[in-house]
Design a protein around this ligand. Structure first.
Ligand code: IMP
Ligand code: MG
Length: 178
């Protein structure tokens, strides 16, 4: 059970479900303590669907709202460097305190695209929360306010993260075996 195969690539367990749960509880506490007024969480699909659900279940002290944005920048094992358009925000979010929810921030290209698009919608404030962060791959200057766990430049799958669409349903996070 420690190793799995997806599309002929082998992955080994990296962050198990208990650790994921601990990371999320810690993040939820930090966000609650920041006491942001009527935060609007914007989860980036598809990757953050489980993270968003589990994080929000642990945020009970705030009048939290959630919305979903769709966008993709990844094909196979490497970033394409090309990001698709944003889809999903249909209502007026001007003046809102937004917290972006990402499964993973790698180069930051996706994050930049999201931040620039949200700024055009006249939001009051943008904070960023990510389950995983690859500091050695990050090329941008945007502050990442809430980081679950910083990791090396390994390719990881599971708990929302995919390898060519497989692996999102896995309970644990796995990394590619060399
Ligand atoms: P960035 O634009 O390079 O920061 O990449 C962000 C997106 O690429 C994430 O939202 C993921 O969908 C995907 N991604 C980055 N690293 C990984 C990984 O290790 N495994 C699976 N998807 C990843
Ligand atoms: Mg993603």
């Amino acid at each position: 059970m420690k190793d799995i195969t997806l599309h002929n690539k082998n992955f080994t367990i990296f962050i198990d479900e208990n650790e994921i749960n601990n990371i999320i509880c810690t993040l939820a506490n930090k966000i609650e303590k920041a006491n942001i007024e009527k935060p609007l969480f914007i989860a980036i699909l598809n990757g953050s669907f489980l993270f968003a659900a589990d994080l929000l279940r642990n945020i009970t002290d705030l009048d939290a709202e959630i919305s979903f944005l769709k966008l993709a920048s990844y094909e196979g094992l490497n970033t394409t460097g090309k990001v698709n358009e944003l889809v999903g925000i249909s209502k007026d979010i001007s003046g809102r305190n937004v917290i972006i929810l990402e499964d993973i921030i790698d180069t930051g290209i996706t994050l930049e695209k999201i931040i620039l698009s949200l700024k055009k919608l006249d939001v009051n404030n943008i904070k960023v929360a990510t389950l995983l962060f690859k500091p050695n791959a990050y090329t941008k200057d945007y502050q990442i306010d809430y980081i679950g766990k910083s990791i090396a430049n390994d390719f990881v799958v599971g708990y929302g993260l995919d390898y060519d669409e497989l692996g999102r349903n896995l309970k644990h996070i796995y990394k590619l075996k060399n």
